[in-house]
Design a protein around this ligand. Sequence first.
Ligand code: NDP
Length: 328
Amino acid sequence: MAVFKAIVIEKADGGTKAALADFDEANLMDGDVTVRVEYSTLNYKDGLAITGKGPVVRRFPMIAGIDFAGTVESSSHAGWKRGDKVILNGWGCGETHLGAYAEKARVKGDWLVPLPKTMSAREAMAIGTAGYTAMLAVMALERHGLTTDKGPIAVTGAAGGVGSVAIAILAKRGFVVHAVTGRTQEGDYLKRLGAAEIVDRKELAGSAKPLAKERWAGAIDAVGSNTLANLLSMTRYGGAVAACGLAGGMDLPTSVAPFILRGLCLYGIDSVMCPIERRREAWKRLETDLDRQKLAMMTREIGLSDVFGVAPEILSGQVRGRVVVKVG
Ligand code: NDP
Protein backbone atom coordinates (compact mmCIF):
# COMPACT_ATOMS: atom_id res chain seq x y z
CA MET A 1 0.00 0.00 0.00
CA ALA A 2 2.30 2.78 -1.27
CA VAL A 3 -0.57 5.26 -1.39
CA PHE A 4 -3.25 5.39 1.30
CA LYS A 5 -6.15 7.55 2.47
CA ALA A 6 -5.45 10.30 5.00
CA ILE A 7 -6.99 13.52 6.29
CA VAL A 8 -4.44 16.10 5.25
CA ILE A 9 -4.33 19.69 6.50
CA GLU A 10 -2.77 22.30 4.23
CA LYS A 11 -2.34 26.04 4.53
CA ALA A 12 -5.01 27.92 2.54
CA ASP A 13 -6.29 31.50 2.26
CA GLY A 14 -4.56 32.76 5.39
CA GLY A 15 -5.91 29.77 7.35
CA THR A 16 -5.92 26.00 6.91
CA LYS A 17 -7.99 23.48 4.98
CA ALA A 18 -8.51 19.81 5.82
CA ALA A 19 -9.49 17.22 3.20
CA LEU A 20 -9.49 13.47 2.67
CA ALA A 21 -6.66 12.78 0.21
CA ASP A 22 -4.32 10.12 -1.15
CA PHE A 23 -1.00 10.18 0.70
CA ASP A 24 2.21 8.58 -0.53
CA GLU A 25 3.99 6.39 2.02
CA ALA A 26 7.31 7.81 0.81
CA ASN A 27 6.25 11.14 2.36
CA LEU A 28 5.79 9.78 5.88
CA MET A 29 8.20 11.26 8.42
CA ASP A 30 11.08 9.40 10.04
CA GLY A 31 10.36 6.76 12.64
CA ASP A 32 11.43 3.23 13.49
CA VAL A 33 7.96 1.65 13.54
CA THR A 34 5.32 1.66 10.79
CA VAL A 35 1.79 0.92 11.97
CA ARG A 36 -1.31 -0.05 10.04
CA VAL A 37 -3.85 2.17 11.77
CA GLU A 38 -7.18 0.53 12.56
CA TYR A 39 -8.96 3.08 14.73
CA SER A 40 -8.48 6.66 15.85
CA THR A 41 -10.85 8.99 17.69
CA LEU A 42 -12.16 12.51 17.63
CA ASN A 43 -10.74 14.48 20.53
CA TYR A 44 -11.32 18.15 21.30
CA LYS A 45 -7.84 18.94 19.96
CA ASP A 46 -8.67 17.13 16.69
CA GLY A 47 -11.73 19.38 16.43
CA LEU A 48 -9.46 22.43 16.73
CA ALA A 49 -7.03 21.07 14.12
CA ILE A 50 -9.67 20.06 11.55
CA THR A 51 -11.63 23.32 11.77
CA GLY A 52 -8.49 25.47 12.05
CA LYS A 53 -10.01 27.15 15.13
CA GLY A 54 -6.93 26.60 17.28
CA PRO A 55 -3.19 26.71 16.54
CA VAL A 56 -2.74 22.94 16.90
CA VAL A 57 -0.92 22.18 13.64
CA ARG A 58 2.65 23.40 13.44
CA ARG A 59 3.87 21.67 10.25
CA PHE A 60 2.31 21.58 6.77
CA PRO A 61 1.14 19.46 5.16
CA MET A 62 -0.04 17.63 8.29
CA ILE A 63 -1.98 14.41 8.69
CA ALA A 64 -4.48 15.17 11.47
CA GLY A 65 -5.29 12.86 14.36
CA ILE A 66 -3.55 12.72 17.74
CA ASP A 67 -4.05 9.05 18.63
CA PHE A 68 -4.41 5.61 17.11
CA ALA A 69 -4.58 1.89 17.76
CA GLY A 70 -3.28 -0.54 15.17
CA THR A 71 -0.89 -3.32 14.21
CA VAL A 72 2.85 -3.01 13.63
CA GLU A 73 3.63 -3.57 9.97
CA SER A 74 7.41 -3.18 10.19
CA SER A 75 9.85 -2.23 12.93
CA SER A 76 13.56 -1.67 13.48
CA HIS A 77 12.88 -0.85 17.16
CA ALA A 78 13.98 -3.53 19.63
CA GLY A 79 10.70 -3.36 21.56
CA TRP A 80 8.30 -4.01 18.67
CA LYS A 81 7.88 -6.58 15.92
CA ARG A 82 5.52 -7.06 12.99
CA GLY A 83 2.07 -8.07 14.22
CA ASP A 84 2.28 -6.37 17.64
CA LYS A 85 -0.87 -4.49 18.66
CA VAL A 86 -0.08 -0.94 19.78
CA ILE A 87 -1.58 2.33 21.00
CA LEU A 88 -0.25 5.85 20.50
CA ASN A 89 -1.39 9.02 22.29
CA GLY A 90 0.08 12.44 21.64
CA TRP A 91 3.84 13.00 21.37
CA GLY A 92 3.01 15.72 18.84
CA CYS A 93 1.23 13.42 16.38
CA GLY A 94 -1.23 15.51 14.38
CA GLU A 95 0.64 18.62 15.53
CA THR A 96 4.33 18.39 14.59
CA HIS A 97 4.52 14.75 13.46
CA LEU A 98 2.24 13.23 10.77
CA GLY A 99 -0.75 11.86 12.64
CA ALA A 100 -3.40 9.21 13.03
CA TYR A 101 -6.18 9.91 10.51
CA ALA A 102 -4.44 7.74 7.94
CA GLU A 103 -4.27 4.08 7.08
CA LYS A 104 -0.56 4.13 7.94
CA ALA A 105 1.59 5.97 10.47
CA ARG A 106 5.35 5.96 11.03
CA VAL A 107 6.41 6.88 14.55
CA LYS A 108 9.10 6.34 17.18
CA GLY A 109 8.82 2.96 18.88
CA ASP A 110 9.51 4.72 22.19
CA TRP A 111 6.14 6.46 21.86
CA LEU A 112 4.06 3.29 21.71
CA VAL A 113 2.36 1.33 24.46
CA PRO A 114 1.07 -2.24 24.05
CA LEU A 115 -2.64 -2.72 23.50
CA PRO A 116 -3.87 -4.35 26.74
CA LYS A 117 -4.52 -8.06 26.17
CA THR A 118 -8.27 -7.99 26.80
CA MET A 119 -8.88 -4.79 24.83
CA SER A 120 -9.69 -4.46 21.12
CA ALA A 121 -8.20 -1.67 19.00
CA ARG A 122 -11.71 -0.22 18.74
CA GLU A 123 -12.17 -0.20 22.52
CA ALA A 124 -8.76 1.44 22.99
CA MET A 125 -9.76 4.28 20.71
CA ALA A 126 -13.24 4.52 22.19
CA ILE A 127 -11.21 5.40 25.29
CA GLY A 128 -8.75 7.45 23.21
CA THR A 129 -6.73 10.36 24.50
CA ALA A 130 -9.76 11.79 26.33
CA GLY A 131 -10.21 8.57 28.31
CA TYR A 132 -6.53 8.04 28.95
CA THR A 133 -6.37 11.63 30.24
CA ALA A 134 -9.31 10.91 32.54
CA MET A 135 -7.35 7.92 33.89
CA LEU A 136 -4.25 10.13 34.45
CA ALA A 137 -6.46 12.55 36.39
CA VAL A 138 -7.92 9.80 38.59
CA MET A 139 -4.37 8.51 39.23
CA ALA A 140 -3.30 12.03 40.31
CA LEU A 141 -6.17 12.28 42.80
CA GLU A 142 -5.35 8.83 44.16
CA ARG A 143 -1.63 9.67 44.51
CA HIS A 144 -2.78 12.69 46.52
CA GLY A 145 -4.43 10.26 48.92
CA LEU A 146 -8.07 10.73 48.03
CA THR A 147 -10.01 7.66 49.03
CA THR A 148 -13.71 6.92 48.77
CA ASP A 149 -14.34 7.85 52.42
CA LYS A 150 -13.01 11.41 51.99
CA GLY A 151 -16.15 12.69 50.24
CA PRO A 152 -17.63 13.20 46.78
CA ILE A 153 -15.62 14.03 43.66
CA ALA A 154 -16.87 16.59 41.12
CA VAL A 155 -16.34 16.03 37.39
CA THR A 156 -16.90 19.00 35.05
CA GLY A 157 -17.58 18.81 31.31
CA ALA A 158 -19.33 15.67 32.49
CA ALA A 159 -21.18 14.69 29.31
CA GLY A 160 -18.05 15.17 27.17
CA GLY A 161 -15.29 12.64 26.50
CA VAL A 162 -12.92 13.24 29.45
CA GLY A 163 -15.88 13.72 31.78
CA SER A 164 -17.81 10.60 30.74
CA VAL A 165 -14.79 8.31 31.14
CA ALA A 166 -13.76 9.97 34.43
CA ILE A 167 -17.25 9.38 35.89
CA ALA A 168 -17.25 5.71 34.85
CA ILE A 169 -13.77 5.09 36.31
CA LEU A 170 -14.45 6.92 39.58
CA ALA A 171 -17.78 5.11 40.04
CA LYS A 172 -16.10 1.73 39.45
CA ARG A 173 -13.49 2.66 42.08
CA GLY A 174 -16.32 3.32 44.54
CA PHE A 175 -16.25 7.12 44.63
CA VAL A 176 -19.41 9.19 44.94
CA VAL A 177 -19.38 11.32 41.78
CA HIS A 178 -21.12 14.64 41.18
CA ALA A 179 -21.43 15.33 37.45
CA VAL A 180 -21.27 19.03 36.56
CA THR A 181 -22.93 19.61 33.20
CA GLY A 182 -24.61 22.23 31.06
CA ARG A 183 -26.72 19.45 29.55
CA THR A 184 -28.95 18.54 32.47
CA GLN A 185 -31.13 16.67 29.94
CA GLU A 186 -28.25 14.13 29.91
CA GLY A 187 -28.90 13.40 33.60
CA ASP A 188 -30.06 9.81 32.93
CA TYR A 189 -26.99 9.10 30.79
CA LEU A 190 -24.67 10.50 33.47
CA LYS A 191 -26.40 8.47 36.18
CA ARG A 192 -26.06 5.30 34.09
CA LEU A 193 -22.31 6.04 33.91
CA GLY A 194 -22.27 6.16 37.71
CA ALA A 195 -22.94 9.77 38.74
CA ALA A 196 -24.75 10.06 42.06
CA GLU A 197 -25.77 13.70 41.56
CA ILE A 198 -26.15 16.09 38.65
CA VAL A 199 -24.99 19.70 39.19
CA ASP A 200 -25.96 22.44 36.74
CA ARG A 201 -22.76 24.02 35.46
CA LYS A 202 -24.34 27.47 35.93
CA GLU A 203 -23.54 27.02 39.65
CA LEU A 204 -19.83 27.18 38.77
CA ALA A 205 -19.98 29.69 35.92
CA GLY A 206 -19.86 33.03 37.79
CA SER A 207 -16.84 34.76 39.31
CA ALA A 208 -15.38 32.64 42.11
CA LYS A 209 -15.17 33.81 45.72
CA PRO A 210 -11.74 33.27 47.29
CA LEU A 211 -13.37 30.62 49.49
CA ALA A 212 -16.87 29.17 49.23
CA LYS A 213 -18.82 26.43 51.04
CA GLU A 214 -16.80 23.19 50.98
CA ARG A 215 -18.60 20.72 48.71
CA TRP A 216 -16.15 18.18 47.27
CA ALA A 217 -13.09 16.24 48.41
CA GLY A 218 -11.65 16.57 44.93
CA ALA A 219 -12.43 17.31 41.32
CA ILE A 220 -11.51 16.54 37.74
CA ASP A 221 -11.89 19.60 35.54
CA ALA A 222 -12.10 19.64 31.74
CA VAL A 223 -13.36 23.22 31.53
CA GLY A 224 -10.91 25.74 33.08
CA SER A 225 -11.65 29.46 33.62
CA ASN A 226 -14.36 30.35 36.21
CA THR A 227 -15.40 26.70 36.50
CA LEU A 228 -11.95 25.68 37.73
CA ALA A 229 -11.74 28.75 39.98
CA ASN A 230 -15.08 27.82 41.58
CA LEU A 231 -14.00 24.20 42.03
CA LEU A 232 -10.90 25.40 43.87
CA SER A 233 -12.95 27.61 46.17
CA MET A 234 -15.44 24.77 46.86
CA THR A 235 -12.99 21.92 47.50
CA ARG A 236 -12.70 20.67 51.07
CA TYR A 237 -9.68 21.22 53.30
CA GLY A 238 -6.68 19.13 52.11
CA GLY A 239 -8.38 18.17 48.87
CA ALA A 240 -7.11 18.15 45.29
CA VAL A 241 -8.23 19.23 41.85
CA ALA A 242 -6.86 17.74 38.61
CA ALA A 243 -6.97 20.28 35.78
CA CYS A 244 -6.92 18.77 32.31
CA GLY A 245 -8.94 20.95 29.97
CA LEU A 246 -9.95 24.37 28.70
CA ALA A 247 -13.35 23.76 27.07
CA GLY A 248 -14.63 26.88 28.88
CA GLY A 249 -11.50 29.01 28.60
CA MET A 250 -7.75 29.19 29.06
CA ASP A 251 -7.77 31.67 31.98
CA LEU A 252 -7.87 30.89 35.69
CA PRO A 253 -9.32 33.80 37.71
CA THR A 254 -8.57 32.54 41.21
CA SER A 255 -6.65 33.59 44.34
CA VAL A 256 -4.13 31.92 46.63
CA ALA A 257 -6.81 31.51 49.34
CA PRO A 258 -7.71 27.84 48.63
CA PHE A 259 -4.02 26.90 48.66
CA ILE A 260 -2.88 28.76 51.79
CA LEU A 261 -6.07 28.48 53.85
CA ARG A 262 -7.31 25.02 52.85
CA GLY A 263 -4.03 23.34 51.88
CA LEU A 264 -5.42 22.46 48.49
CA CYS A 265 -3.38 20.95 45.63
CA LEU A 266 -3.95 21.72 41.96
CA TYR A 267 -2.54 18.99 39.71
CA GLY A 268 -1.85 19.65 36.04
CA ILE A 269 -2.61 16.72 33.75
CA ASP A 270 -0.74 16.45 30.45
CA SER A 271 -1.30 13.50 28.17
CA VAL A 272 0.96 14.56 25.29
CA MET A 273 4.44 14.35 26.83
CA CYS A 274 3.50 12.17 29.80
CA PRO A 275 6.41 9.78 30.58
CA ILE A 276 6.06 6.28 29.11
CA GLU A 277 5.95 4.47 32.46
CA ARG A 278 2.93 6.46 33.59
CA ARG A 279 1.22 5.84 30.22
CA ARG A 280 1.75 2.11 30.56
CA GLU A 281 0.31 2.25 34.07
CA ALA A 282 -2.69 4.28 32.85
CA TRP A 283 -3.49 1.82 30.03
CA LYS A 284 -3.08 -1.13 32.40
CA ARG A 285 -5.50 0.53 34.82
CA LEU A 286 -7.97 1.27 32.00
CA GLU A 287 -8.10 -2.46 31.29
CA THR A 288 -9.53 -3.13 34.75
CA ASP A 289 -10.98 0.15 36.07
CA LEU A 290 -13.32 1.07 33.22
CA ASP A 291 -16.56 -0.84 32.73
CA ARG A 292 -16.63 -1.91 29.04
CA GLN A 293 -20.42 -1.81 28.88
CA LYS A 294 -20.37 1.79 30.02
CA LEU A 295 -17.64 2.48 27.45
CA ALA A 296 -19.84 1.01 24.71
CA MET A 297 -22.78 3.10 25.92
CA MET A 298 -20.82 6.37 25.65
CA THR A 299 -19.31 5.60 22.21
CA ARG A 300 -20.44 6.18 18.66
CA GLU A 301 -18.47 5.19 15.55
CA ILE A 302 -17.82 7.28 12.46
CA GLY A 303 -15.65 6.91 9.34
CA LEU A 304 -12.77 9.13 8.22
CA SER A 305 -15.01 11.13 5.88
CA ASP A 306 -17.44 11.90 8.76
CA VAL A 307 -14.73 13.63 10.82
CA PHE A 308 -15.30 16.96 9.02
CA GLY A 309 -18.96 17.09 10.09
CA VAL A 310 -18.41 16.04 13.71
CA ALA A 311 -15.34 18.26 14.38
CA PRO A 312 -17.39 21.47 14.83
CA GLU A 313 -19.81 19.57 17.11
CA ILE A 314 -17.11 18.67 19.62
CA LEU A 315 -15.96 22.30 19.82
CA SER A 316 -19.48 23.50 20.55
CA GLY A 317 -19.93 20.93 23.33
CA GLN A 318 -22.57 18.92 21.44
CA VAL A 319 -20.78 15.57 21.39
CA ARG A 320 -21.91 13.15 24.08
CA GLY A 321 -19.20 10.84 25.38
CA ARG A 322 -16.71 9.49 22.87
CA VAL A 323 -16.42 9.29 19.09
CA VAL A 324 -14.34 6.44 17.65
CA VAL A 325 -13.08 6.80 14.06
CA LYS A 326 -12.76 3.65 11.94
CA VAL A 327 -9.70 4.14 9.78
CA GLY A 328 -8.61 0.82 8.28
P1 NDP B 1 -15.61 17.34 24.85
O1 NDP B 1 -16.02 18.41 23.93
O2 NDP B 1 -16.04 15.95 24.60
O3 NDP B 1 -16.10 17.72 26.34
C1 NDP B 1 -15.98 19.02 26.85
C2 NDP B 1 -17.21 19.29 27.71
O4 NDP B 1 -17.00 20.52 28.40
C3 NDP B 1 -18.47 19.49 26.92
O5 NDP B 1 -19.10 18.29 26.56
C4 NDP B 1 -19.31 20.28 27.90
O6 NDP B 1 -19.81 19.36 28.87
C5 NDP B 1 -18.26 21.15 28.60
N1 NDP B 1 -18.18 22.48 28.00
C6 NDP B 1 -18.01 22.80 26.70
N2 NDP B 1 -17.97 24.13 26.53
C7 NDP B 1 -18.13 24.68 27.76
C8 NDP B 1 -18.18 26.01 28.25
N3 NDP B 1 -18.07 27.05 27.43
N4 NDP B 1 -18.32 26.19 29.58
C9 NDP B 1 -18.43 25.14 30.42
N5 NDP B 1 -18.41 23.85 30.01
C10 NDP B 1 -18.24 23.63 28.70
O7 NDP B 1 -14.03 17.41 24.97
P2 NDP B 1 -13.05 16.37 25.69
O8 NDP B 1 -13.73 15.78 26.86
O9 NDP B 1 -12.44 15.49 24.69
O10 NDP B 1 -11.91 17.36 26.20
C11 NDP B 1 -12.21 18.24 27.27
C12 NDP B 1 -11.06 19.20 27.48
O11 NDP B 1 -9.91 18.46 27.90
C13 NDP B 1 -10.66 19.97 26.24
O12 NDP B 1 -10.34 21.29 26.60
C14 NDP B 1 -9.41 19.24 25.76
O13 NDP B 1 -8.56 20.07 25.03
C15 NDP B 1 -8.82 18.81 27.08
N6 NDP B 1 -7.93 17.67 26.98
C16 NDP B 1 -6.70 17.80 27.56
C17 NDP B 1 -5.81 16.79 27.53
C18 NDP B 1 -4.52 16.94 28.26
O14 NDP B 1 -3.56 16.27 27.95
N7 NDP B 1 -4.48 17.78 29.28
C19 NDP B 1 -6.09 15.55 26.78
C20 NDP B 1 -7.45 15.46 26.29
C21 NDP B 1 -8.32 16.53 26.37
P3 NDP B 1 -21.30 19.48 29.45
O15 NDP B 1 -22.21 19.62 28.28
O16 NDP B 1 -21.49 18.22 30.22
O17 NDP B 1 -21.31 20.70 30.33
